[in-house]
Design a protein around this ligand. Structure first.
Ligand SMILES: *Cc1c(COP(=O)(O)O)cnc(C)c1O
Length: 427
């Protein structure tokens, strides 16, 4: 904050397609999709119109005890495109809230199961609840699921999460890709474990870390085998980012609970959803006095303007054949990234669809090499946002060949420039 306040700040005034314009009229490619959300581009006519039309009807009406039209229509559409078995939609407003809901839902689901009373019998022979029964979560090392306390509790990035440790509930951490380790934990502790939460295929905020092929499928198989719910956090990967509508569809996996947010509204407004199965939904049904209610509701949940934008975005996926077009862009991106390997300080390049992490090595953290690269990129007309020493490329899905080549060429020169002068600290 101190450094940020010292310098002149870049202030964005408007956008058009993949471009952002600052208050001085300078133009930049949005290489970060305005924090991983923009799908069809900025200032997209169809999305603008959908919001305007909805605005002429109503801007907001609560989902607590009432319905609203766009949220119902959107829920129907989401169920149609979601992995098989996900038939119910619970709205909120951000990725973190979608994850909080998933965690609370999984926890409460098990607490409301009939068989949860353990075999422990008190002197008077009445059964008591086993306090440990299905209350824990398995999460992956380096996971990121959002910034609220529950989602931080299942997070695994020390830089972001460590200081809050006294506030967090404990989760069980396993190494991504390590199937035997996971099975060992599940076998031993399945009675304690409510759910496992994963970012499918790729851990975004950790620096675009890819999981081995087949890992998610194995996770699904083991969760089923040991009667543990699987939560897929598709907040970053959802809505085409990886080439399929949802990343878990690459491995034919259906989670028990799926969280979506970022790209849901095409990157226009904060709407999130937690999808789940009929089975979980039914565990919350009962007479009022049974208290099976899921007491969770955010004020702006299912906001009509946001849902209208989301509906228009899903329509555009069909109309503009977004997923089909992207496969061509993926290949161009992969091809274009090859050249980066020859740069001295590029240690690794990881890509899944339009999610790219270029890891820079050889600079101690205090040199803020990632930050230096993005400042160079800015001078050359691209907005990027690094994750530590990993340069992230996450352009809007609508990016065309020419724009992509431009983004790659800017990124290349920016890395080259920022890493070339052997600085005092470099080794
Ligand atoms: C961004 C992100 C979140 C948090 O979403 P917010 O809308 O910022 O709260 C959660 N999970 C993943 C995988 C994310 O990338």
């Amino acid at each position: 904050m101190r450094d940020w306040a010292k310098n002149d700040q870049l202030v964005i005034e408007r956008g058009e397609g993949v471009y952002l314009y600052d208050t001085d009229g300078n133009k930049y490619i949005d290489g970060a999709s305005s924090l991983w959300v923009t799908v069809h581009g900025h200032n997209k006519r169809e999305l603008n119109n959908a919001i305007k039309q909805q605005l002429n009807k109503i801007a907001h009406s609560t989902l607590l005890g009432l319905g609203n039209v766009p949220s119902i229509e959107l829920a129907e559409k989401l169920v149609k495109i979601a992995p098989k078995g996900l038939t119910r939609v619970f709205y909120s407003d951000d990725g973190s809230t979608a994850v909080e809901i998933a965690l609370k839902m999984a926890f409460q689901y098990w607490q409301q199961q009939e068989h949860q009373t353990s075999n422990i019998k008190l002197q008077n022979k009445s059964k008591i609840k086993n306090p440990k029964f299905k209350t824990k979560f398995i999460t992956l090392k380096n996971a990121y699921h959002g910034d609220t306390i529950g989602s931080v509790s299942v997070g695994g990035i020390d830089l972001f999460h460590k200081i809050y440790r006294p506030l967090l509930f404990k989760s069980i951490k396993v190494r991504p890709g390590d199937i035997p380790a996971l099975e060992k934990v599940l076998k031993k502790r399945r009675q304690e474990i409510a759910a496992m939460i994963v970012e499918p295929l790729i851990q975004g905020a950790a620096g675009m870390l890819l999981q081995p092929k087949g890992y998610l499928k194995a996770v699904r198989r083991l969760c089923t085998k040991y009667n543990v719910l699987l939560i897929c956090d598709e907040v970053a990967t959802g809505f085409g980012r990886t080439g399929k509508m949802f990343a878990c569809q690459h491995e034919g996996v259906s989670p028990d609970i799926m969280c979506v947010a970022k790209g849901l509204t095409g990157g226009y407004l904060p709407v999130a959803a937690t999808l789940t199965t009929e089975k979980i939904y039914k565990a919350f049904l009962g007479r009022p006095e049974e208290n099976k209610t899921f007491f969770h509701g955010h004020t702006y949940t299912g906001n009509p303007l946001g849902c209208a934008a989301a509906l228009a975005s899903l329509k555009l996926f069909k109309k503009e054949k977004t997923l089909l077009k992207m496969t061509i862009i993926f290949n161009k991106l992969e091809e274009g990234l090859k050249k980066f390997r020859s740069l001295d300080h590029v240690a690794d390049i990881r890509q899944l669809g339009l999610m790219v992490g270029i890891e820079i090595a050889g600079f101690p953290p205090k040199e803020r090499i990632g930050h230096r690269v993005i400042l160079e990129a800015r001078k050359r007309g691209a907005i990027l946002r690094p994750l530590g020493n990993v340069i992230v490329l996450m352009p809007p899905l609508c990016i065309n060949d020419k724009e992509l080549r431009n983004l790659l060429s800017i990124t290349y020169s920016a890395i080259k420039k920022a890493t070339e002068k052997p600085s005092f600290f470099a080794f």
